[in-house]
Ligand binder design. Structure first.
Ligand SMILES: [Zn+2]
Length: 281
């Protein structure tokens, strides 16, 4: 498989909540050799994803941290998978990689809907339906059957959906990580949510593309657990990445100011992720 075959589709890049028709964080990484990898799954992402394919066609899902604007559409995605298990008579489990402690958060959230108490009757609907019925009969939550949940710790490196995934501790929530995806020497960095930290410079050194957050844009004062667009640009410059996509800006009307600030700090090309089309790395 050649290095040029890596592609990125931005499904959503809004920060905090979906605004102006833009979904929250969700990035689809594709290769010719594997089913695509979904990175983060915020509100609005499932609608975008399922407009172009089926949930069971995913290779895996990787989540940066458990804030709602990065995970809430896992619920919709799980319901789509459960439905496809019945309608498509499949029982393909989708690997779901959560940061440390993420499984417990997801279990608490799913418990709200009482999936383990659902009753599937004995009607013959194929192997997927039968598997769901067996799970419910065993008093287990089918969400953890359609997803194959695994956890990773900051610093872990793992392989999934054709990518090598490197992680490093973010400065955001205790479990949050920044991520870097490598396929055949093509490297795509994604800061997810984090304050600026010098440790990211080497982590993203020479990346072909860096998706960096600039939440504290426009009239929002710098500080808190995020970067400014200027800091995103500084990180891109220090890491000597080839291209920068600004994501998770606070409001769409901040876009021009965010681009200007990032471009003042980074000599390479900068775009807003929410306006980016499919990108070949
Ligand atoms: Zn966050």
């Amino acid at each position: 498989m050649s290095a040029e075959d890596v592609s990125l589709q931005v499904l959503g890049a809004a920060g905090g909540y979906p605004y102006c028709g833009h979904a929250c964080s969700g990035f689809l990484l594709g290769t010719d050799g594997s089913a695509p990898l979904l990175v983060d799954c915020g509100p609005g992402v499932a609608a975008k994803l399922l407009a172009g394919g089926r949930a069971c066609d995913l290779g895996a899902v990787v989540i940066s941290h458990m804030h709602p604007d990065h995970i809430l559409d896992l619920v919709s995605l799980g319901y789509a998978l459960m439905t496809e298990w019945i309608s498509l008579r499949t029982r393909k489990r989708i690997p779901l990689y959560l940061p440390q402690g993420g499984r417990a958060v997801f279990e608490r959230l799913m418990a709200l809907w009482g999936h383990k108490h659902w009753v599937f009757d004995n009607t013959e609907h194929g192997p997927g339906y039968a598997a769901l019925r067996d799970v419910a009969a065993a008093d287990r939550d089918w969400m953890f059957e359609v997803f194959e949940v695994d956890e990773f710790a900051p610093g872990d490196v793992f392989e999934t959906a054709g990518f090598t995934v490197a992680t490093i501790k973010a400065d955001h929530t205790p479990e949050a990580v920044c991520l870097c995806f490598d396929k055949g020497g093509k490297r795509l960095g994604y800061t997810a949510d984090t304050r600026y930290q010098a440790a990211l410079i080497d982590f993203y050194k020479g990346c072909d593309l860096l998706i960096a957050e600039g939440h504290f844009s426009g009239s929002h004062p710098p500080g808190g657990a995020h970067m400014t667009p200027s800091e995103a640009g500084k990180l891109a410059e220090q890491s000597q990445v080839k291209r920068l996509l600004l994501t998770h800006i606070a409001a769409i009307e901040d876009g021009d100011a965010a681009l200007k600030a990032a471009r003042a700090a980074f000599a390479g090309p900068v775009e807003l992720a929410c306006h980016a089309a499919e990108i070949a790395l």
